[in-house]
Design a protein around this ligand. Sequence first.
Ligand code: NDP
Ligand code: ZN
Length: 393
Amino acid sequence: EISACLVGSEMCIRDRSYIHYDNIFTHRVYAQIIIRRNGLFMKGFAMLRIGEVGWIEKDRPVCGPNDAICRPLAIAICTSDVHTVWEGAVGERHNMILGHEGCAEVVEVGSEVKDFKPGDRVLVPAITPNWSSLEAQAGYAMHSGGMLAGWKFSNIKDGVFSEFFHVNDADGNLALMPEGMDIVDACMLSDMVPTGLHGAELADVQFGDTVLVIGIGPVGLMSVAGANLRGASRIIAVGTRPKCVEVAKLYGASDFISYKNGSIEKQALELTGGKGVDKVIIAGGTVDTFESAVASLKPGGKIGSVNYLGSGDYVKIPRVEWGVGMGHKQIQGGLMPGGRLRMEKLGSLVASGRLDVSPMATHVFDGWEHIPEALQLMKDKPAELIKPVVRLV
Ligand code: NDP
Ligand code: ZN
């Protein structure tokens, strides 16, 4: 029966009309079966509008000459997905498929793609710049095409919570998944590892530094790990969720501060005999957190921020603690760098065993139907949660 219907449904795909058929209902059912088999239609979990999510069906993305089409093997939920849906962080979006964290199998590549082929298992960065852009040539590929425009998934195009997703500049952005890597671990390489480690890069952590890490959700935990890998001698972590505190210790945090027990700077200065810390990484908090960060720093100290600032018009810098403008205290905030080279290097870091990301995935589900539940978990942030991951194979 299905093959008998093939001709009819192909007509339908071409002219996008159902009017050739006597029985519209029957036709729709057949058409969906056949379109799915031909891979032209796909299902995804989407932001329907601010504050509302649901399953939708869409056309499968088209593969350009430099692109790849991938199918996810596993996906992870990010705090940014929560900001996107419930806080309107990227503005209003209608029927936009969510998700920017996952690992995948390549199903199709464009004619110009040289280094990947269908069947390859790949790491996929959350940020997929256009590598020929001027911003990339200037060293800021994450802003290729405009401020933050390297962030494409679930921002300026459909994301990865979908049967198929599109990757621009495949040779520049994908990386082969290291042999034997667990697909749950591979999901941490999309965003948590590159972003958290970028915090340590932006703060310019050096051997022997005392580092204050503000926020120890999954991003901050990777900042703790990054500071440790770069040779910090002491890592003071700010956060309260018990599971995060436990894992922060594993990654090298030696002291803890609760932002709920008074000012962060007061506690940080107490812990350092009034001297302050060499570096601060900000991976949580608000616009007001910069005040604490500046006040916690020694003269000449550096702040690296990877936190998303969802509200407030200004970041305040305390005048006196900033050395009345002459304290040599630097502040840098950045979106994670994406791209293949970084994915390959960070993939090797995890594959070598030097960075164990497995404690991060506290909630692992099997099957597409668990995506809504996993997203809700990330919104609710129960005490035992770090990161929810959904395996799709
Ligand atoms: P979480 O919400 O899981 O963690 C936030 C951390 O900040 C927690 O440890 C929390 O403490 C702590 N915190 C909350 N309020 C304060 C406060 N007022 N002062 C100090 N600390 C506070 O977030 P994630 O780790 O998932 O993400 C962190 C941030 O990074 C998010 O804003 C996210 O959007 C952003 N991000 C940025 C990216 C980039 O490329 N720059 C990429 C991905 C994410 P507690 O233990 O009490 O909950
Ligand atoms: Zn993310």
